[in-house]
Every structure is written in C-alpha cells, then in structure tokens.
Design a protein around this ligand. Structure first.
Ligand code: 5FX
Length: 561
C-alpha cells in the first residue's frame, strides 16, 4: 500500500479589516484550504465597538482600540489551532490592513515586541506598548483644519496632489498625525514609531517594527514601475523621488520622518516569523513574513483585475478600481500602482457609506434579514419609478455630503419612501454614484458595448465588473449593479479578496527574486464566475436617471449641513 502523502506547504493571507480579522490559507495549487475570522463586535464585545470602530461624540472622530486587533490575532490563532490547522506547513505569510489608520508605539515597545513570552497572550504582553490606545481609522473625518493647513503649506490642493498623489484628505495619515501632535503633544513625544494598520500587523508577526510598504500607496501622473511606485494614503511621500516630502512632514509634526522609518517594497521578505509563534502555535522557524499592504491593493491581487475590468469591492467601505494605462492626476479619487502589471495603474474611488449603510437600512426595514431585503429589491421596478435617494449616515467622500435625501420623480424632496422603494433607492443610488464618478475617471459605455476610454486612454473591448466584499454574495444587489452599469458582473469564490490577494503575495514574495511576476503567480488561480448580466432595456431607463442623479447630487451638496 502506498504511504499517505505528506500535506504540502501552504501560505497564509491576513486581512485586518474594519469589522473583522480574516485569514485564508492556500496550498501550492492556490486552492483555499482554510478560512477563519474574528468579528470584533461579536467576538470581542469588551472593546465596545460598533462595526469594529468607535464613533466619538463629535461624529467626526472615528477610532479603533489597538489592543482589540492584537487580541483578535491571538484569538484567531487559537481558533485555527483548535480546528486542527497545522501551522508547521506555513512557508510564508503576508497580509493587508485597512488603509490610512495609524498605530502609535511607545518608546521601548520594540524591545517588548522582540521578547514576547509564549506563556502570555499577545494583548497582555503588548498592553503598555502604545502611546495612544485608540487608533484613528479611515472613517475619521475630523482633520479638516489640518488638511487646509497642509494644502496651504505646500502651495495648494493640486500642488499637494502633484507631489504626494492626492489632495489632502481627512482620513490620510499625515493629517491624522498632525491632529494628534497639535491636540496631544505629549502622546506624540512619547511615540517611538508610527505604523499603518498594515505595518502594525506585520510587526506583530515579525516581532519587530515592520516598514511601511511601497504599494499601500497612491501616486500621480508619472510612469513608475510597481516596486518603485510609492507614497501611501498619507499625503506625506514624494512620489517621484520616493522620499518623505520635508515640507509635508514639517507641516504635520516635528521629526516625523524618524518616527515613520524607511518604507520597503511590498514584495519584500521582512524576515522570519517571531519565535513567539513557533513556540506557541508550532509555526516553522523558516516561515517568512512578506511585507503587508493596504486592503485595496491586496484585493486587486486577489480578484485578478485585468485590462478592461472594473473592480467593485462592496465592504465596510465601497471601493471601485479602474484599470488605467495613462493616469491623469485629479482632485477626485486616487491613483494607485497596479499590483499585477508594472506598466499599469489603478484609479480608486472610496465611499464611506458602504456596508454599514446597507446593514442599517436592512435592520430598519427588513428585520435584519438579507433575504427580506433582496425580496424587496427584486419586487421593485428598474429605475424605481423615478424615485432617487442619497444615503450618507456619515460624511461621505464622494460627494462630500451627509444625511438622507429623498427625491420623487418630479425632483421634489420628500421625507419618506415606502420600504421597497427605500431599499431600491439605496442600492440604485450607491451604484449610480459609482457609475457617474467612474465615468469621470474614464469609464464609458457606447451603444450597449462597454468601453472605458478617452480621458485615460483605456482600451476596453469587453468590460467585466468584478465584484468582491461581503455584499458580493447577494445576487439581487449584483443584478442592480449589472443593470446600472449595463455590464456583466463576475465574482470569485471567496468574498475575501484582500486575504486571498495577501496569500498570493506571500507566494510572490518567495519567488520574486527569481523574477516571477505576481501576474504569473495568480495565473494558476480559478477564473472569476459570471453571476449577473444586464436586463433588456435597462440602458434606456438609466440614461435619463443617471443625468438626474448627477443634478440632484449638486443639490445635496449645496444644501447647508
Ligand atoms: C481607501 O482609501 C479607504 O479609505 C478604505 O477603502 C479603507 O482602506 C477600508 F479599509
């Protein structure tokens, strides 16, 4: 009888996202062999988060407890252990984190990280390591003063975008650091190192401060290759010279460059896993830690965005990516390097009122049931009989507006919609906004054939919309997406594309030196599946409606807050 074959090596991809910590293990054939998650609200109620965050009384400040993330890591590793996961098989790991969020390590924390006791859970050893216990996250919009100051300091919004890749955004890390420095200078002084959520998570595995990676980044109109393109969602990095911009650093806080450390390429092997995980969970001492990156770049790798595709991630934040060949800098949206093609770029649009808004309306109108929500959605007509809604529970990014605004077919404001109309208005509105603003970045449809062109020289004979994130499991929502965009919608088998992309990146990290590209690594992965095609006649319905939506958006904007 043939001896049973030894299970082969595997790779872990982590995602420290807003609401959950998630992990996926893939084998050498890129098959998913394990998935696990910790939901911050449900599994760690002692931290008192809602949707993984704490919204402060001013409604603008949004933070997450840093020790919650450390405790979640401990908890998920324990869960994996009790599920029989064999950690000794893990050859490399990488991960992603929500972008822009920042962690403040207290002086001396690196020494504690380097000598973690395997007898203690992570959060206990780390409890004195942070000068700020509540980390500002991407949902925060409390730094308008700092944004104005930064733009002024470097010569205006466009100038800042030219230098760092984006105009000043409230959630961007430089402005968050500036706020901490001005409001709590003693916290800033005590801080030895500032990490992004992604590099914080990498530090936990490495047992030492991990560098911020190049691709958790956005950049401007220069053609840079993947490993050379940098700057993050921080408003701090000079995109061409790949150094922190002294004027931006100085405008935010003193001696900031030292506290940030030198960034590293995203495919870099940072080192071997800390002995803590070898002793506590049985990891192999040869297990490599590959630089962690932002959730959006990681998602792109997981979803395998190709030329001509649009990716829409329906998560806590809704994000939309376009494949772009010749990016032009703009004051709306961001430009990122493509993680799969060194010659290509991604345009990114980010919406704050994604899943949390959908879940709120589901809870209020559909007894918390997605089934009831979907039923209501499918029971209403395409175009919602001309009723249009804007649903911004928190201050939105695109457009900068807040509140719920409902309009009937005559463009009159009305206070309330019937349940079914409200649900369709929410979903149609979310997708109409994405279509309108992606068209501003270059996406166009001609005569029913999808083509993204012109402004950014995108040639796109057939457009696929690749949907990912939690809501990409919902067929009724995806049908509306397909109808509004007049394009077919595809999904991959897991909604966790950031985890999957991170596992692919872990493999890539190991082979990168042999010049195998990430594109080659992901070639083995299964193709996305077609899940929705546009219904007949939808283009005629949405053409006038999109125009109206655009006009109404101006009214919502102009209305005093
Ligand atoms: C992107 O700029 C964002 O702010 C969000 O998509 C966060 O990355 C969500 F985690």
């Amino acid at each position: 009888m043939a001896a049973p074959t030894e299970p082969g090596p595997c790779y872990l991809g982590w995602d420290f996202s807003t609401q959950q910590l998630k992990v996926i293990a893939v084998d050498e054939q890129l098959r998913v062999i394990h998935e696990n998650n910790i939901n911050f609200d449900k599994d760690l109620p002692e931290f008192g988060t809602q949707g993984g965050v704490c919204v402060h009384n001013d409604r603008l400040t949004v933070t997450s407890p840093v020790l919650m993330w450390a405790k979640a890591l401990d908890m998920i590793l324990e869960k994996m252990k009790s599920d029989g996961f064999d950690f000794s098989r893990v050859k490399a790991l990488s991960g992603a984190g929500q972008q822009h969020g920042s962690v403040y390590w207290k002086e001396g924390a690196n020494c504690i990280l380097q000598s973690l006791s395997p007898d203690l859970p992570l959060h206990q050893s780390l409890k004195s390591c942070f000068s700020l216990s509540n980390s500002p996250v991407w949902m925060d919009s409390s730094t308008t003063t700092q944004c104005c100051f930064l733009e002024k300091a470097v010569g205006g919004a466009q100038k800042l975008a030219d230098v760092t890749g984006s105009r000043a955004y409230e959630r961007f890390t430089g402005n968050q650091i500036a706020k901490i420095y001005s409001q709590n200078p003693e916290v800033y002084t005590q801080t030895e190192r500032i990490s992004l959520v992604s590099s914080f998570a990498a530090s936990l595995f490495l047992g030492a401060y991990a560098p911020i990676d190049y691709s958790d980044v956005k950049f401007g109109n220069v053609k840079l290759c993947w490993s050379a393109a940098k700057s993050s969602g921080m408003n701090l990095l000079q995109i061409r010279e790949k150094v922190w911009n002294p004027a931006c650093l100085d405008a935010c806080a003193p001696a900031l460059g030292k506290k940030l450390g030198h960034p590293a390429p995203s495919s870099k092997i940072l080192g071997s896993i800390s002995p803590y995980y070898i002793q506590r969970f049985g990891f192999n001492s040869g297990c490599k830690v590959v630089a962690f990156t932002g959730d959006n770049p990681a998602s792109l790798a997981g979803i395998r965005l190709a030329e001509g595709d649009i990716a829409i991630s329906l998560g806590t934040s809704d994000t939309l990516f376009l494949w772009i060949k010749e990016p032009k800098p703009a004051l709306e949206g961001h430009i990122l390097c493509s993680p799969v093609d060194p010659q290509a770029y991604m345009a990114l649009l980010c919406y704050k009122n994604g899943s949390l808004m959908r879940e709120k309306i589901r809870d209020e109108l559909a007894s918390g049931s997605w089934e009831e929500f979907s039923k209501a959605l499918t029971s209403t007509a395409v175009g919602n009989d001309g009723n249009v809604g804007f649903y911004f529970d928190v201050m939105e990014i695109i457009p900068e507006a807040v509140g719920i605004h409902r309009f009937n077919t005559h463009n009159n404001r009305i206070p309330i919609f019937p349940k079914e109309v409200e649900i369709r208005a929410l979903i149609e509105g979310q997708f109409m906004s994405k279509r309108i603003h992606s068209e501003k970045l270059g996406y166009k449809i001609f005569h029913g054939i999808c083509e993204a062109v012109l402004q950014h020289h995108i040639s796109m004979p057939t457009t696929r919309i690749l949907a990912t994130g939690g809501a990409s499991c919902n067929k009724a929502i995806l049908q509306v997406l397909s109808d509004v965009f007049s394009a077919p919608v595809y999904t991959i088998d897991t909604a966790n594309s950031a985890c999957l992309g991170s596992a692919y990146r872990a493999i890539h990290g190991l082979v990168e030196e042999t010049s195998v590209s990430l594109t080659d690594v992901v070639k083995l992965a299964p193709e996305p599946r077609l899940v929705a095609t546009p219904m007949a006649g939808v283009a005629q319905v949405y053409q006038p409606l999109l125009k109206r939506y655009m006009e109404l958006e101006q009214q919502v904007l102009n209305r005093p807050k």
